[in-house]
Design a binder for this molecule. Sequence first.
Ligand SMILES: NC(=O)C1=CN([C@@H]2O[C@H](COP(=O)(O)OP(=O)(O)OC[C@H]3O[C@@H](n4cnc5c(N)ncnc54)[C@H](O)[C@@H]3O)[C@@H](O)[C@H]2O)[C@@H](O)CC1
Ligand SMILES: Nc1ncnc2c1ncn2[C@@H]1O[C@H](COP(=O)(O)OP(=O)(O)O)[C@@H](O)[C@H]1O
Ligand SMILES: [K+]
Length: 451
Amino acid sequence: MWSRQQRGDGLVVARQLHLSGYAVRVWLLPATNYTSDFTVNRQRLPAEVACAELNLEKLPTLPAKATVVDALFGTGLSRPLEGAAAAVVTYLNKSGAVVFAIDLPSGLFANAPQPADSAVVQAHHTVGFELPKLAYLLPHNARFVGEWQVLPISLNQEFIHNTPVDNYFVDAKLLAGRLPKRPKFAHKGTFGHALLLAGSYGKIGAAVLAARACLHGGVGLLTVRTPVVGYSILQTTVPEAMVLTDPAIDFITELPDLKPYAAVGIGPGLGQEAATKEVLKQLLQQATQASVPLIVDADALNLLGTHRELLDELPTNALLTPHPKEFERLTEPARDDYHRLELLRAFCQRYRCYCVLKGAYTALGTPEGPVYFNSTGNPGMGTGGSGDGLTGLLLALCADQRLSPLDAALLGVFAHGRAGDLAAQQTGEAGLIASDIVRFIGPALHELVAQ
Ligand SMILES: NC(=O)C1=CN([C@@H]2O[C@H](COP(=O)(O)OP(=O)(O)OC[C@H]3O[C@@H](n4cnc5c(N)ncnc54)[C@H](O)[C@@H]3O)[C@@H](O)[C@H]2O)[C@@H](O)CC1
Ligand SMILES: Nc1ncnc2c1ncn2[C@@H]1O[C@H](COP(=O)(O)OP(=O)(O)O)[C@@H](O)[C@H]1O
Ligand SMILES: [K+]
């Protein structure tokens, strides 16, 4: 146990571990003054628990298989560790001990990028309180935070819910009641007719995956616009979908009339031909005029990236689904994880759009400002075509007029990750392919309705 945190959290943990029968030793990082909480907690430490100040000249040798609780520093840190604190952290990281950090690994900044080469505890586990910290969710912090969990500490729930925040963590509880049951007398007209523009020579598979995901997402009717090369493939592999074939053989060159459709999705496997760019441009204009919900993904995003003037034509509340590389093409290279989030917020406010920035904790940016971090999904989903499935699912949910754009996006991202988790229970992570995720969209949505 290495303790310093202002209130003496580490001393409390030491006392509790001792009472539970563990052999505990406490080392304190020397300080010139201690808070009264710290002093009280030190006095309450049972006499049997050895407690000594760390001596930099002679740091303690840890027993083999020792478990260390790092309670040196918490969220208050404003500059990188230096001197004795940095030396202790470096020593701990080399010790081979299993490290549990309380609240935040010591040395890690709570709300800012980590300066290169700063001393930070590389915890195997981080235990936080009540709500996850933003720092847990960022890719560059993974090697410091390790696996994390949050424990309740009886904070007032009303206070938590009434405090306005910039970032939300999306779990099943937050989504409870947001996906309505299908009414008894519903028919296919109730759930909307979706239009998907997808596929080009060599990438019809992306259209197939998105189409299947849209159908498993509960859409009433689906029409797919695809070039001639896609016709037989789609009619054979997705007989539930109707196909509206483009006149061109290999890529899409004409926009169909949008009147019949409740929502439109464009992008999976689309290719980036000049004629297809014109289709995208017309779509942006006509979707704005008709106020039809629009989902923009994959090559449609790449086209927006190379023709940035088109961004100004995005309809209000459009839903974009870039992975970090596609997002960079739309904006600029991010300096770090925090900068990427700033870019996300600025992008969504500027274009009045929703933007699903995909990753391990997919971040949904909103025109209003708040960002929602998704909690489902697994590394097995890093496989070609999984994003195409997400687009199809989001298209189905946007075509369902009962859902707000925000709820459609939150539910879609959450259910897609959950489908990946359910599928991986059968396939394992390596064996998981995009079609497996699509097969489990139904069960994932069912869990959300059943709540
Ligand atoms: N079966 C098919 O027909 C498939 C078609 N696809 C289509 O192929 C086209 C090109 O899309 P791609 O996305 O493959 O190519 P891109 O060149 O747009 O992006 C791929 C690169 O993005 C980076 N990236 C992705 N996620 C990242 C993350 N979380 N963190 C950091 N970097 C990350 C990686 O470096 C990766 O190599 C799209 O139209 C897409 O729909 C792909 O979805 C693959 C499957
Ligand atoms: N490590 C991970 N943990 C959770 N989800 C992941 C992980 N890696 C990828 N995913 C999910 O898989 C999908 C990948 O989408 P994308 O990169 O567009 O793939 P593709 O272009 O091949 O369809 C996204 O929904 C993303 O959130
Ligand atoms: K996989």
